[in-house]
Structures are given as structure tokens and as C-alpha cells.
Ligand binder design. Structure first.
Ligand code: ZN
Length: 243
């Protein structure tokens, strides 16, 4: 089965559209959360996600805040300003869709999927080999797919030596999956690994491969919409450089 894995869409419709087109035909789509926050198009993004067939969708921290389960004060000023805007403009239907989604860890075949980390599904960032090592004790499947950090990366645990290493990956080259791994498809709507192209991954559950992918999209168009609706300039600037 060919599965599209996306995360951290962050109300960036142009990036999401580019990813769905670039991914081609898939059997399933797994969305690891954060459809809202930062970007200018919360309704368009939620509506596009709702229409994806065979979808498994989890909530991220921004989504959970928007449906009222985390206070906005937990976020920095710029992120909070955007959430306040999203709260104003999101339609009741789209809000209901978000409310219908889970924010906890899910298991799908050999994969555990979650927004943050298996030990803290909404908030923890897996940014380094130490946090990755600690999290390997919190899931039992051969691999776990996470979002939240906006970094396209993969951590491998060598069970013999108990050491975790960062696995080298090349965009467009499928990696053979072997136990045990934590992989992040990167962010569709706000990449933070200095590559401004939208990030995602294709997981082939039968071939047991993971292919990190990137696709360029019209960043200027999104920046213009961010400015038009009066969201923080920082959210526009960072898209051009991927931070
Ligand atoms: Zn995010």
C-alpha cells in the first residue's frame, strides 16, 4: 500500500495543493496534524483535507488550541495572533471537523503515528538523538511517524548497541525501513530545515520503504495572502527561506 504522509500544513493552501498533486495516486493519506496556525488559508486547507479519500487525520497542538482544549497563552505572540484570526474566520463546519479528530497516538499496521512524540502526543518535539532514544521506549511497532518539528528527518535505533543515529536521506530516494525508526515527513506549509520547498513522504507499507520528498510551490502568493489578512510579517518571511 502506498501511503502519503503529511504534517504541519499550517493553513498554507498553495503548498498543500502542490503536495497532493506531486504525490500522485496513493491508497491512503495520513495527516499528522497542525492543519491550522501560521498561514492565511485555514478554511481552504481544512476543506481540502476533509475531501482526501481514505484519510487518517490527527490533531496537532495548533488544532487542539483552536478547538479550545489548550489556552492560546501557551503560544508565542505571533503564533497566538494567527490562532485568534483563525478562530474568527474558521467556519462552524470546519471547526466541527477538527473537533471530530483524535489527538492521541494511533497504530496502523507496523507504524505508530502521532503529531508530537509517542510519549507526549501533542507537545514534545523530537529534535535530537536523545529525545528520539527516550521515545523508542514509548511505542512497540517497528516504526513511528511524527510531525511537529517541521524537520524532514529519520532516527534509527540500533537495538544491539542501544544507540540512536540520524539517518542520511536523499530527497526522492526511497529508504528501506528496518526496525526501529522514528521518521518525520517534514512540514507541508512551513518547512524549518532551510529548504523552503513543501515536504512530505511516501510510505510503502508492503515494500517497507519511506521516500522523503519535496516540491516547490508559489511562496510569493502565500506571502501576499499573509500580508493581505494582516498576519505577522515573520510568518511570510520565513516561508521564503524555510526556517
Ligand atoms: Zn506545526
Amino acid at each position: 500500500m502506498r501511503i502519503l504522509v503529511i504534517s504541519d500544513l499550517h493553513a498554507n493552501y498553495t503548498a498543500l495543493e502542490a503536495v497532493l498533486e506531486h504525490a500522485g495516486t496513493v491508497d491512503e493519506t495520513w495527516c499528522l496534524g497542525d492543519m491550522v496556525g501560521y498561514g492565511p488559508d485555514p478554511n481552504a486547507v481544512v476543506e481540502l483535507v476533509r475531501d482526501i479519500p481514505n484519510l487518517t487525520c490527527l490533531l496537532g497542538n495548533h488544532d487542539v488550541a483552536l478547538i479550545g482544549k489548550i489556552p492560546f497563552e501557551t503560544f508565542n505572540t505571533d503564533a497566538r495572533r494567527t490562532l485568534e484570526y483563525h478562530e474568527r474566520v474558521l467556519t462552524a463546519d470546519n471547526m466541527d471537523f477538527l473537533r471530530s479528530l483524535p489527538s492521541n497516538v494511533k497504530v496502523r499496521g507496523e507504524a505508530t503515528i502521532v503529531h508530537g512524540s509517542p510519549r507526549d502526543s501533542v507537545w514534545e518535539y523530537i529534535l535530537n538523538t536523545l529525545s528520539a532514544r527516550l521515545n523508542f521506549d514509548h511505542f512497540t511497532t517497528p516504526w513511528c511517524f511524527v510531525g511537529h518539528s517541521h524537520l524532514q528527518c529519520m532516527f534509527q535505533l540500533d537495538e544491539r548497541t542501544d544507540r540512536v543515529s540520524l539517518r542520511q536521506m536523499r530527497v526522492g530516494e526511497p529508504i528501506n525501513l528496518e526496525p526501529r525508526l522514528i521518521a518525520n515527513p517534514g512540514s507541508v506549509g512551513q518547512p524549518r530545515d532551510r529548504d523552503p520547498r513543501a515536504a512530505y513522504a511516501i510510505y510503502d507499507s508492503s515494500a517497507r520503504t519511506w521516500e522523503p520528498r519535496r516540491v516547490a510551490y508559489n511562496v510569493a502568493e502565500v506571502q501576499q495572502r499573509i500580508r493581505e489578512v494582516g498576519l505577522p510579517e515573520k510568518h511570510a518571511m520565513r516561508l521564503a527561506e524555510g526556517w
